[in-house]
Design a protein around this ligand. Structure first.
Ligand SMILES: Cc1cc2nc3c(=O)[nH]c(=O)nc-3n(C[C@H](O)[C@H](O)[C@H](O)COP(=O)(O)OP(=O)(O)OC[C@H]3O[C@@H](n4cnc5c(N)ncnc54)[C@H](O)[C@@H]3O)c2cc1C
Length: 469
């Protein structure tokens, strides 16, 4: 019996590794441990829970045949499996809770087809590479995460939900954004299955628990000459109001609208002397041809455009692209300077109400700095607060959450590593029914689902019958 890095499996991992040949593997403990982590450390609570959860072996298949060989071998030995793309997930999504085999998809990275309004790629393709290939043909992804330089397209579809583009194109789950995907089952003869139309949501955002995504087709939109913009305001209320006005403007296209408390900007050293000090910030991507209208809107709303640069100009000036100050990158910029920061995920009243945001601010306390992302949800503009929270104790964190909730702002828990805990809030029986079909032994990181143990012995139709309504 060989040593198990995780301490949780009783398999002979050296023999298992030999069986995986010719698939590339990594068994060096330091490297396996590195690939057992994602960005869960944003949360002090998850950091304490997950920092010692490791896998036992990493496999890097480069074709679907090699992937099938890995899955067949794991199935034969009842080895737990965790899928991994770029490892940028936030809630320990890619952490192997039961140890076992980590399958990293980054060698399965071919861009297979670019057509009118779509791109088809293997799951391990890096999103930035896809966007670069698209740009050459006049297209860009309708939605992509701010982590595009590391994240894979399969990881985004399995773990993500929205991103740059969502203010105009909606959530990933909205019809047409994921055109189709293929996922492979974990059985003695792994099979690829095609999911199209609404059926993509049977696999999307299931955190890799109910099938191995091998290929994804995503919607693309014509590429535009985006200007990276930053505008500043005296009050957060005005910044938020301007964000809402911009998100609804008929004469201005936009791919990103994000607003941030002035105190957060002190953590942006690269923007020093580029944006006014002690002012609240609006971050946006606006096409060149709409810049006059954008400047007029910002002035009408009482703000000032401090920065308007092309991607090439930013790179030349060594300033990160503006979306590296948005979504979860806002938190990351702060964490780079001070590890005592964390964040929350909070829903806001719809339609966006600047007064409700202003009224809430004094109730939150000085340890909470607001940060809103604007997005289109079910055809309406909504906002999510991803505030910076200066962590002191778990009790204080829960007190802040209670303040939000008591004022009509629902919390989507970012400090829980269960799929049912965060955005979904409840068990997704559609996902679990497909887990039973695609992974009947429950090898795909089953510990991430609280509900799986209750349904694992039921047949898929009976699980589906539990879908509410
Ligand atoms: C700084 C920062 C900014 C972020 N910004 C955004 C954002 O704008 N929008 C957003 O939605 N998210 C965002 N996230 C979360 C995360 O980056 C995205 O979800 C990202 O696209 C995940 O891709 P990945 O390749 O890194 O996935 P991983 O972290 O490797 O995996 C994510 C999940 O998908 C599963 N998985 C991976 N590959 C497969 C596969 N082939 N088949 C099935 N399951 C698989 C994993 O098991 C895991 O559960 C951000 C995170 C950070 C740290």
């Amino acid at each position: 019996m060989t040593h198990s890095i995780s301490g949780k499996t009783a398999l002979d991992w050296a023999a298992f590794e030999a069986e995986l040949a010719p698939v590339e593997t990594i068994s060096e403990p330091v490297l396996v441990k590195k690939r057992s982590r994602d960005f869960f450390w944003y949360s002090p609570i998850l950091n304490a829970q997950l920092r010692k959860s490791f896998g036992d072996l990493v496999a890097l298949p480069s074709t679907t045949e090699e992937l099938a060989h890995c899955l067949r071998t794991a199935h034969a030995h009842d080895a737990p499996i965790t899928l991994r793309g770029g490892g940028t997930g936030n809630y320990g999504q890619a952490v192997p809770l039961d140890g076992g085999l980590i399958i990293e998809t980054t060698r399965m990275n071919r861009i297979l087809e670019i057509g009118e309004g779509f791109v088809r790629a293997e799951a391990g393709a890096i999103i930035e590479d896809i966007n670069t290939a698209l740009h050459e043909q006049g297209w860009e992804l309708a939605i992509f995460p701010s982590t595009q330089d590391i994240a894979t397209i399969g990881g985004f579809v399995a773990g993500g939900s929205s991103g740059i583009g969502s203010v105009a194109q909606g959530m990933l789950r909205d019809p047409g954004n994921i055109v189709s995907l293929k996922a492979m089952s974990v059985t003695d003869t792994p099979q690829e299955r095609l999911f199209e139309g609404d059926a993509v949501n049977q696999i999307h955002h299931a955190w890799g628990l109910n099938g191995v995504i091998t290929e994804v087709t995503l919607r693309t939109v014509p590429h535009r000459n985006w200007v990276h913009c930053m505008a500043t305001f005296d009050s957060y209320r005005d910044t938020y109001a301007a964000g809402y006005a911009l998100s609804c403007a008929e004469n201005i296209a936009r791919k990103l609208v994000s607003t941030q408390d002035a105190r957060i900007c002190d953590f942006y050293p690269r923007l020093e002397s580029r944006i006014r000090k002690n002012k609240h910030l609006l971050v946006s991507l606006v096409p060149q041809e709409d810049m006059d209208a954008f400047r007029a809107l910002i002035a009408e709303q009482g703000g000032q455009v401090d920065l308007a640069m092309s991607e090439a100009e930013l790179k030349e000036a060594k300033i990160p692209l503006v979306y590296e100050f948005a979504y979860n990158h806002t938190t990351l910029q702060v964490l780079k300077a001070d590890r005592s920061a964390t964040y929350l995920q909070v829903g806001c009243p719809t339609p966006p109400d600047p007064q409700a945001i202003a009224d809430l601010r004094p109730k939150l306390g000085d340890d909470v700095w607001q940060h809103h992302e604007f997005a289109l949800l079910d055809g309406e503009i909504v906002t999510f607060d991803l505030p910076i929270v200066w962590y002191s104790t778990e009790e204080r964190l829960h007190e802040i959450e209670a303040t939000y909730e008591a004022n009509g702002f629902p919390i989507f828990d970012a400090h829980i590593c269960m799929v049912e805990g965060g955005g979904l809030k409840n068990a997704d029986y559609r996902h679990l029914a497909w887990k039973k079909r695609m992974d009947p032994k429950g090898l795909l990181n089953a510990a991430k689902s609280r509900e799986w143990v209750n349904v694992k012995d039921m047949d898929p139709e009976a699980i589906e019958a539990m879908i509410p309504g």
